[in-house]
Design a protein around this ligand. Structure first.
Ligand code: QV4
Ligand code: CA
Length: 511
């Protein structure tokens, strides 16, 4: 009996850090601004067959409709109610998506915007995705309901109610982030109202939540909400499963608030990861890939089992939030594929792949003045994600997760799961290689000259298909073949002008 109790305790205390992906699925994808109907289809036709563990969706609750600028993506971070009703779809479509994705073992993680409601400057009225009336001026959100009592105006100590100084932890939590009406999460009514919204989603079948703007909520207030949450729906999750929690906290160091304050609630986004990896791949500030030998905690990142990692996210791929110019995105495709490949091969953190849409970037004084542009749409109606004959996406959707190099590295991560980081090699510059136990091996050439080396892979002897340049199809390789000898070594030749100057092999790409 004692053992059972101990096991259940271990399960319990690990729970909110556990994404509850189906066994053998180790990465999730952010299908930014996708419609629920398209996500349901993508789960069945692509994500399940290719071993994706789950999907982070855009905020599903009713938001303020912003017409100046015209329907920006960020209007979805301005809640007006907790009705499941947005440009991505309605409650019925949401339930259908969660059911169909769960039924093929692909989880749904909800982007929960619970720190605030809409901008304090928004006009009163029914300019909202579900027609709800609201009046920011007097803090009136009757469709929740929230009123003046439920906001932090009285608690914030700054003269204009806005966050002015990120070195004052109290105002970062109690004042308005860019004018967004700050909810009083210290009040039980607000905590309960938020928990009711999240429990509605849990009962539909979601696996967990991204907590937006967590830095702007007291860790204790977040915990008070989480303690009110139901266990996950036993239709798809084992009894007693707790919602997976990852908190958006931007901590690049140097501020009053640090990520570690939030570890007790769940995982935390590690923004240092993408910022540093971008700098290394771009070879800025004297950085080089040889320094990645101790990547992870060795670079000052949070413990791996608390980290949610990504190369770029919806904010910093367009200059919002943190990371700056070093962030690699689909606009920098060649380096981006290498960075995502490195992330998915390396054991550090729980990995999230970005899936974007294109927009007409237009730089003025180094800033993209079109950073606000929303998803592909027809007069505000989000366009369907069309799939081309070559499996890429149409209608302006980028679908990085469908790029062969990224799709195959998601499978690589699944194959090497729980295998140790091994057989590191580097040339002292930007040619590096490493393996994962005896299951996988990856080689990068980011130097301006070719790589030509015989390396210890740690893999069983045999002929392997490189999953970057091609696929293993019908018992043959459509790309480069790698021959591993009985002693585990293999010869690698990578031109610095190759389309993708990296090679990855694993035991399931072996002929
Ligand atoms: C403007 C003025 C304010 C004024 C206000 C009055 O700037 O001074 O008080 O009007 O209403 C949009 C506009 C912004 C506007 C605001 C409120 O860009 O100019 O304020 O709306 O009307 C996204 C965008 C923001 C956007 C916000 C709400 O990035 O530009 O603001 O959505 O629509 C910090 C946080 C971190 C945050 C990051 C962006 O620590 O948590 O900034 N990241 C998350 C999300 C992000 C989202 C928010 C938080 C807010 O990832 O996408 O911001 O929910 O680092
Ligand atoms: Ca707050």
């Amino acid at each position: 009996m004692k053992l059972l109790l101990l096991l259940s305790l271990i399960g319990f205390c690990w729970a909110q850090y556990d994404p509850h992906t189906q066994y053998g699925r180790t990465a999730i994808v952010h299908l930014f601004e996708w419609r629920w109907a398209d996500i349901a289809k993508e789960c069945e036709r692509y994500l399940a067959p290719n071993g994706f563990g789950g999907v982070q969706i855009s905020p599903p609750n009713e938001n303020s409709v912003i017409n100046n600028p015209s329907r920006p993506w960020w209007e979805r971070y301005q809640p007006v109610s907790y009705k499941i009703c947005t440009r991505s779809g309605n409650e019925g479509e949401f339930q259908d998506m969660v059911t169909r994705c769960n039924n093929v073992g692909v989880r749904i993680y909800v982007d929960a915007v619970i720190n605030h409601m809409c901008g304090s400057g928004n006009p009163a009225g029914t300019s909202s995705t579900c027609g709800s009336y609201y009046n920011p001026n007097n803090r009136d959100f009757p469709s929740v309901p929230y009123s003046g009592w439920d906001f932090n105006d009285g608690k914030c100590q700054t003269n204009n109610g806005e966050i002015q100084n990120y070195n004052d932890a109290a105002q970062v939590r109690d004042c308005r982030l860019s004018g967004l009406l700050d909810l009083a999460l210290g009040k039980d009514y607000v905590r309960t109202t938020i928990a009711n919204y999240m429990n509605h989603l849990i009962d539909i079948g979601v696996a967990g939540f991204r907590l937006d703007a967590s830095k702007h909520m007291w860790p204790g207030d977040i915990k008070a909400v989480l303690d009110k949450l139901n266990n996950l729906n036993t239709k798809w999750f084992s009894e007693g499963s707790r919602p997976f929690i990852y908190q958006e906290v931007i901590d690049l160091g140097g501020e009053a608030i640090s990520s570690s304050e939030y570890f007790g609630n769940g995982r935390v986004t590690e923004f240092k990861y993408g910022a540093k990896l971008g700098t290394v791949m771009r070879k800025w500030n004297g950085e080089k890939m040889a320094y990645l030998k101790n990547w992870g905690e060795g670079w000052g990142f949070m413990p791996s089992d608390r980290a949610l990692v990504f190369v770029d996210n919806h904010d910093n791929q367009r200059g919002h939030g943190a990371g700056g110019a070093s962030i690699l995105t689909f606009w920098d495709a060649r380096l981006y594929k290498m960075a995502v490949g490195f992330m998915l091969a390396h054991p550090y953190g729980f990995t999230r792949v970005m899936s974007s849409y294109s927009w007409p970037r237009y730089f003025e004084n180094g800033k993209d003045i079109n950073d606000w542009v929303g998803p592909p749409n027809d007069n505000g109606v989000t366009k369907e994600v069309t799939i081309n004959a070559d499996t890429t996406c149409g209608n302006g959707w980028i679908c990085e997760h469908r790029w062969r190099q990224i799709r195959n590295m998601v499978a690589f991560r699944n194959v090497v799961q729980s295998q140790p980081f091994a057989n590191w090699w580097d040339n002292g510059s930007n040619q590096v290689a490493f393996g994962r136990g005896n299951k996988g091996f990856i080689v990068f050439n980011n130097d301006d000259w070719s790589l030509s080396s015989t390396l210890q892979t740690g893999l069983p002897a045999g002929t392997y298909c490189d999953v970057i340049s091609g696929d293993k199809i019908n018992g043959d390789c459509t790309g480069i073949k790698i021959y591993v000898s009985n002693d585990g070594t293999a010869y690698f030749s990578i031109s610095n002008s190759a389309e993708d100057p990296f090679i990855a092999i694993h035991v399931e790409s072996k002929l």
